[in-house]
Design a binder for this molecule. Structure first.
Ligand code: E4P
Length: 221
């Protein structure tokens, strides 16, 4: 299972990479805006800075929504670095663009996916990654994890090569459940990754070990 971090914040990316468990990065226009990154040149430079921090797979989302403009923008994004994966929304022109990029050997991430039907279309078009949004479904009382399970099952039936990239992950249990279900990738905020570290018995056990060690060492001196 791969871990991607879902942020455009350089220090969070560095921190996750430093833990040694990071396989990639996903961004979206809202995450870029949160970092105050606007304007074509700043956006390019920021993506380049992200690519310089990680080994591979940096999803950069197009803003365009019509076919020709998606192709133009996607090609520009792909030129920034070999690590770029062009992120394209699940719309008719997006599907066409995914098919085109697939034929050109440019990796894509199909985003804003909320149904199994959409997942089938993206796989048929040759998307490298598919991003179903768990948290946003949960927010409106649909079961986000059930959708991941359904897509993993369907892709397994046909041997589709598209990787299921669980997105809109809100907490560490989302990640653990995705691992159980067999999602290929989870993208999440840093706190979801560091949340995996935590267990009260680890903390109390370590405190006990250190205290016993110090007591024994004290007796020797
Ligand atoms: C990542 O690819 C998605 O854009 C992101 O996970 C969406 O997350 P949100 O629903 O928390 O905004």
């Amino acid at each position: 299972m791969k871990f991607f971090i879902d942020t455009a914040n350089l220090s969070e990316i560095e921190e996750a990479y430093d833990m040694g468990v990071l396989d990639g990065v996903t961004t979206n226009p809202s995450l870029m805006a949160k970092e105050g990154i606007t304007g074509e040149e700043n956006v390019r430079n920021h993506y380049k800075a992200i690519c310089d921090l990680v080994d591979d797979k940096v999803s950069a989302e197009v803003i365009a929504t019509d076919y020709d403009a998606i192709i133009r923008e996607g090609k520009e994004l792909a030129k920034i670095d070999d690590k770029i994966v062009v992120k394209i929304p699940m719309i008719r022109d997006g599907i066409k663009a995914i098919k085109y990029f697939h034929s050109e050997g440019i990796r894509t991430n199909c985003t804003l996916v909320f149904s199994a039907g959409q997942a089938i279309l993206a796989a048929k078009a040759g998307a490298s990654y598919l991003s179903p949004f768990i948290g946003r479904l949960d927010d409106i009382s649909y079961d986000g994890l059930e959708l991941i399970q359904q897509i993993v099952h369907i892709y397994g039936n046909f041997g589709f090569e598209t990787e299921v990239l669980a997105a809109s992950v809100r907490h560490s249990m989302h990640l653990v459940k995705c691992a159980e279900i067999g999602a290929d990738v989870v993208t999440c905020p840093l706190k979801v990754i560091t949340g995996l570290l935590k267990h009260p018995l680890t903390d109390s056990g370590l405190a006990q070990f250190l205290s016993d060690h110090n007591k024994a060492a004290g007796k020797l001196t």
